[in-house]
Design a binder for this molecule. Structure first.
Ligand code: G1P
Length: 289
């Protein structure tokens, strides 16, 4: 079985839920504490052993590519002024992975965005990580958990968690059968079903291991929910062809594409920072009273 070495990060959306800042700043560059959200996503892939990363972008998103480039002038300036640790941190971002970008020329949906990565992916299984979902786990990165399932089963794997039934209409929804600890077979998939029509409350939360046959299915996928070419629809026919698993991953997931979810991530990541924790906690206690 082939090892997963590549990841695709779709980042071509307008970020309309985060206007006005997304008018000129890519939503992927919004910081949680001091780090752009997309860096947390890239770090998750890198910590899982992935080295090659393809970001699917659109116009006005050049800042994302710049972020993962080397900035030697800044590194030299930091070193020359005695800020060696910071210089090292900046250097490490530029070297953490081989990052390439492919432009999605038209906003035709997530399935189309993933299809744009076909020349990068070739004939290998690959990971997909969506930037709106940030998942915290101290030692087992979410995509690495799915890679372990793939190594065992050899077919595509979806990262899922259960959500409140009234929220299922925001997500891809899995109909499945539990076949192991945290593990389901995928018997059906529906994009953003109405709560009363949803086959379950098991939601796909922005993490996928996908076999390369997906590209053949995406070629034939017609626009679905919202008039967009949906990854979920391509995955549904892939599951019928090859079988597929869903894994209820461990970790705290934040919807950072949503303002409230973004604030939750900001507070909780700040509290995980040793240098901020005590002062920030004291401040929070003070205002909550
Ligand atoms: C996308 C997918 C959906 C998935 C969700 C996870 O939807 O289409 O299946 O559950 O991401 O965040 P979006 O949030 O882009 O509308």
């Amino acid at each position: 079985m082939k090892k997963i070495k590549k990841a695709v990060i779709p980042a071509a959306g307008w970020g309309t839920r985060f206007l006005p800042v997304t008018k000129s700043t890519p939503k992927e560059m919004l910081p949680i504490v001091d780090t752009p959200t997309i860096q947390y996503i890239v770090e998750e892939a890198v910590r899982s052993g992935i080295e090659d990363i393809c970001i699917i972008t659109s116009p006005y998103k050049k800042a994302i590519e710049d972020h993962f480039d080397r900035t030697k002038e800044l590194e030299q300036l930091l070193s020359a002024t005695g800020k060696e640790a910071l210089a090292e941190e900046v250097r490490a971002i530029g070297e953490m992975a081989n990052v390439v970008a492919i432009r999605q020329k038209e906003a035709l949906g997530l399935g189309h965005a993933v299809y744009c990565a076909k020349p990068f992916v070739g004939d290998e299984p690959f990971a997909v990580l969506l930037g709106d979902d940030v998942v915290y786990h101290g030692d087992k990165p979410c995509i690495g958990q799915l890679m372990d399932v793939y190594a065992d089963k050899g077919v595509s794997v979806l990262g899922v968690q259960t959500v409140a039934r009234e929220n299922i209409s925001k997500y891809g929804c899995v109909a499945g059968r539990q076949v192991g600890d945290r593990l389901y077979t995928v018997e059906g998939l529906v994009e953003k079903p109405k709560p009363e029509e949803a086959p379950s409350n098991v939601a796909v939360l922005g993490r996928y291991i996908i076999t390369p046959e997906i590209f053949r299915h995406l070629e034939n996928t017609k626009p679905g929910a919202g008039g967009e070419i949906q990854l979920t629809d391509g995955l549904k026919t892939l599951a019928e062809e090859q079988g597929m698993y869903a894994y209820d991953f461990e970790g705290r997931r934040y919807d950072v594409g949503d303002r409230l979810g973004f604030l939750e991530a900001t507070v909780e990541y700040a509290l995980r920072r040793e240098e901020l924790r005590d002062d920030f906690m004291q401040y929070l206690k003070g205002i909550v009273k």
